[in-house]
Design a protein around this ligand. Structure first.
Ligand SMILES: NC(=O)c1ccc[n+]([C@@H]2O[C@H](COP(=O)([O-])OP(=O)(O)OC[C@H]3O[C@@H](n4cnc5c(N)ncnc54)[C@H](O)[C@@H]3O)[C@@H](O)[C@H]2O)c1
Length: 257
């Protein structure tokens, strides 16, 4: 029996096999969870459907673009026709315009700022609110993905650093709100991993190399490292943890000069 046997988990943010969300899905599946996938659009949907052929039982899948009004409600309504309850949500979603992920932070546009906040931070609140009626009283767990750029200046991360700061603060406020309803909310701050989104950050290769060179473990982390930590945070093994940011970064964040 796995750590997640009998638990229903919804995963937002699988785009392809490199996605961190896919690493999390594999870890949760290994631990016995029943999974549902929300994909952003038809193109991602095709990719998720292909990946999901790895599972014996076809998972529930439906579209959900968090920037489209009403999509979150529509997703949970469709899911509710097949599932009675939700025990976990994985929020592995972020977006900023490419031109906002390089150059000077002072040039951040209002439209770019608002879009990054809506997709990368506000969506956590929307997804938790939409799922609450199906999560209440079930010792449910929500996990989102953050990055060190939320707290320190990381060159080129710019508007996404501010969105991640909002995501981490939202994690704490949500944890306090929904804790009495038996729902935990935590963030994983992952080290840099080569994914499609990450490649949009200017000079991303330098971040990867710096981490492998300087982190106490002298390596980069991967989707499997994050997946295993997410499985722990979803499982009863972490029952006393909520509102926290857990670092999966080979120790990089402990370093000073
Ligand atoms: N790769 C890294 O180095 C790294 C490090 C720390 C944290 N993160 C975070 O991990 C999460 C997953 O990113 P990833 O690196 O796996 O990249 P990815 O490109 O594989 O995943 C990003 C996902 O966000 C989804 N998305 C974007 N806009 C959306 C919208 N409007 N509605 C619904 N979904 C939308 C995309 O469809 C995609 O599935 C993000 O929150 C990212 O910021 C990544």
């Amino acid at each position: 029996m796995g750590l997640m046997t009998g638990k229903n988990v919804v995963i937002f943010g699988v785009a392809n096999k490199r996605s961190i969300a896919w690493g999390i899905a594999k870890a949760l599946h290994r631990e016995g969870a029943k999974l549902a996938f929300a994909y952003q659009n038809d193109r991602m949907g095709e990719s998720v459907k292909k990946l999901a052929t790895e599972f014996e039982e076809p998972p529930f899948m439906a579209p959900c673009d968090v920037a489209v009004e009403g999509d979150i409600d529509r997703f949970y309504e469709t899911l509710g026709k097949q599932w009675d309850a939700i025990d976990g949500i994985v929020h592995s979603i972020a977006f900023a315009k490419r031109e906002e992920l390089g150059g000077n932070f002072v040039d951040t546009s209002w439209e770019g700022y608002a879009l990054a906040q809506q997709v990368s931070a506000w969506s956590l609140i929307g997804l938790v609110k939409g799922a609450l009626p199906m999560m209440e009283g079930r010792d449910a767990s929500v996990v989102c993905l953050s990055y060190y750029g939320a707290e320190k200046v990381v060159t080129n991360y710019n508007v996404m650093g501010v969105a991640k700061a909002a995501l981490e603060a939202s994690t704490r406020y949500l944890a306090n709100d929904v804790g009495p309803k038996g729902v935990r909310v935590n963030a994983i701050s992952a080290g840099p991993i080569k994914t499609v989104s990450a490649m949009g950050v200017g000079d991303f290769g330098t971040l990867l190399a710096a981490m492998a060179d300087k982190a106490p473990l002298r390596r980069n982390v991967n989707q499997g490292d994050v997946g295993n930590t997410a499985a722990f945070l979803m499982s009863p093994l972490s029952a006393g943890i909520t509102g926290q940011v857990i670092y999966v970064d080979a120790g990089y964040s402990i370093l000073g000069i």
